[in-house]
Design a protein around this ligand. Structure first.
Ligand code: DX5
Ligand code: ZN
Length: 236
């Protein structure tokens, strides 16, 4: 069993590839492999569900030629159920679909099941956690957007911090503590520590942590984030 997939037993880092420069990409990926990064976070954006265009199907295919690190594909697109077949989804991937992106979320989850991948439901900052109630049996994780999705470098929306704590309580009280809680957006070392204490176990590393500086500091930045998410004891 690839331990990378076991993000509810161990804390995982998912590197936001929209923040990764193309210059020196191969060397960058070698650093990720050396630091045992568990996932590469791929923000797929259609310019409609979010006001930005992001990484596309061809990028996904080219990236797979460079590394075997599994992909954490974050679909920020309208009506994902109509487009899953475009994505060359592997059974080692995580695929997050947004609750807000289709009136057919159950049908989309059923369709995703046919790919054998891990299925995460992504929820925007203003979407309440009770929308999960009827689909807890069908998902492997929840991607909690801590910012309004679409752009790197944004500031966390404060209400999302307590939302993560409430979500973990909600999952545990429904006997679903095996559902992974991923946090995505402005995950600094401090927020990572706080969210780890609240029960998050998968952390999107972007400009707020890993890519704060140049490639010569990526390994050190990953180690700092690893320490933050594995640190003992609650934050003061
Ligand atoms: C948000 C993106 C993330 C993340 C990037 O839409 O999905 O990839 O924000 O990391 P930061 O927020 O640290 O730049
Ligand atoms: Zn994302």
């Amino acid at each position: 069993m690839d331990t990378r997939l076991n993000c509810n037993q161990k804390k995982c880092i998912s590197v936001s590839m929209m923040c990764s420069r193309l210059v020196g990409l191969q060397e960058t990926i070698q650093i990720f492999e050396q630091e045992k990064i568990e996932y590469l976070h791929i923000d797929v954006m259609d310019g409609s569900f979010v006001p930005n265009f992001g990484l596309g199907c061809d990028y996904i295919n080219r990236l797979r030629e460079l590394t075997n690190i599994p992909l954490d594909i974050h679909l920020m697109i309208d009506r994902p159920e109509q487009k899953l077949s475009w994505m060359n989804i592997k059974n080692t991937d995580i695929v997050s679909v947004h609750y807000e992106s289709t009136p057919q979320i159950q049908k989309t989850i059923d369709l995703l099941k046919t790919y054998g991948c891990k299925i995460f439901l992504a929820i925007n900052p203003a979407t309440p956690i009770f929308v999960l109630e009827e689909i807890l049996d069908y998902i492997d994780g929840v991607n909690v957007l801590m910012v309004n999705p679409g752009f790197a470098g944004q500031k966390i929306i404060p209400s999302t911090l307590l939302k993560v704590k409430k979500l973990v309580y909600f999952l545990n009280s429904n006997g679903k503590d095996d559902i992974v809680v991923e946090v995505d957006g402005n995950i600094t070392l401090e927020y990572a520590k706080q969210l780890k204490d609240y029960g998050a176990s998968m952390f999107v590393a972007g400009t707020s942590s890993l890519f704060m500086s140049g490639i010569d500091e990526y390994a050190g930045n990953i180690k700092k984030l690893r320490n933050a998410i594995n640190s003992k004891g609650a934050i003061t």
